[in-house]
Ligand binder design. Sequence first.
Ligand SMILES: Nc1ncnc2c1ncn2[C@@H]1O[C@H](COP(=O)(O)OP(=O)(O)O)[C@@H](O)[C@H]1O
Ligand SMILES: [Mg+2]
Length: 143
Amino acid sequence: MTEMIQNTAWPAPVTEPSSLTMRSMPESSEKARAFVAAWFATCGFCTDIVHDARLVGSELVTNAHRHATAPGEPITVRLYLSDYGPVIEVIDPSDRVPVLRDPSDPFAVSGRGLALVAALTRTWGTNPLATGGKVVYAILPGI
Ligand SMILES: Nc1ncnc2c1ncn2[C@@H]1O[C@H](COP(=O)(O)OP(=O)(O)O)[C@@H](O)[C@H]1O
Ligand SMILES: [Mg+2]
C-alpha cells in the first residue's frame, strides 16, 4: 500500500482540512504540537495516536523551521482525514527536499527525525507545489 500511495499525489482529503499558518520561529513547533493534538483528540483518535501525531507534527514543523525557512517565513500545517488515515501536511516555501538519513549511525547527533516519522506513520512523502515550495505529508494509522 505504501508504494501505491507514494506513486500518487498525496492522499485526497475526505474532510474539510483544518489549517494553521505560522511565521517560522522557534515557538512554531510548540504551536504545531498543540494544534495537532487538539485536532486528533477532537476527531476521537485514541491517546496513543494523538501522542504519535503530536510527535510527527512536531518533527515536520521543526524541519520546516530549521531546514526550509528564514525567520518569519510562513509554515502551514493542514490536517484532514483521507481514505488511508488521518493526514498531517506541513507546507514550506523551500524547494529543497527532505532526506531520510541512516538512523543507525552511532556517531550522528542529528538526522533521526524523519526516521521517527517513518516509524510512526503508514507512509510519508513530499510533493512540490505549483506555487513554489513543497508539502511534506505523513499518514497516521487510524480509521
Ligand atoms: N522541510 C524540509 N526542507 C528541506 N530539507 C529538509 C526538510 N526536512 C528535512 N530536510 C532535510 O532532511 C534531513 C533529515 O531530516 P531529519 O531526519 O529530521 O534530521 P535533522 O532535522 O536532525 O537534520 C535534514 O538534515 C535536512 O537536510
Ligand atoms: Mg529534523
